[in-house]
Design a protein around this ligand. Structure first.
Ligand SMILES: [Zn+2]
Length: 128
């Protein structure tokens, strides 16, 4: 269910951008950055996207997902570490609980690729 709602929000955002363009470009790829700690399954997200975009302006658009690892920072040890999702979140050195997440919670559109004219592909990066 998580992925279904995420997809709805994603489509809404892309549609908003698309409709604001003077010449509605033909979107080819949507690149997403998804943190490991968001608990979003890339496979489920792709599936939900495919289902929800059928017969819309986004039909056939490829969803490219780049996952970012979960990285936390231990203030006692003054170093970054990679918590084990579902297993161990605390610092492996001193066992302090995870409190400062540096990476892994991202969930955003990196860029939208679309056909600018017949021969060229142009990238557009919304700040979402
Ligand atoms: Zn530590």
């Amino acid at each position: 269910m998580h992925e279904t709602d995420m997809t709805k929000a994603l489509i809404f955002t892309v549609k908003d951008w698309w409709e604001s363009q003077t010449e509605r470009p033909q979107i080819t790829e949507i690149h997403l950055i998804v943190g490991k700690f968001t608990c979003v399954e890339p496979v489920s997200l792709k599936f939900a996207f495919e289902v929800q975009t059928g017969n819309t302006f986004l039909e056939g658009v490829e969803l490219v997902i780049q996952e970012t690892p979960l990285i936390a920072f231990c203030h006692r040890c003054q170093q970054e570490y990679a918590p084990q999702v579902g297993l161990q979140y605390g610092c492996p050195e001193c066992d302090s609980p995870m409190e400062d997440i540096r990476s892994g919670r991202e969930l955003k559109i990196d860029r939208i690729e679309y056909i600018f004219d017949e021969a060229n592909k142009k990238a557009y990066a919304p700040n979402i």
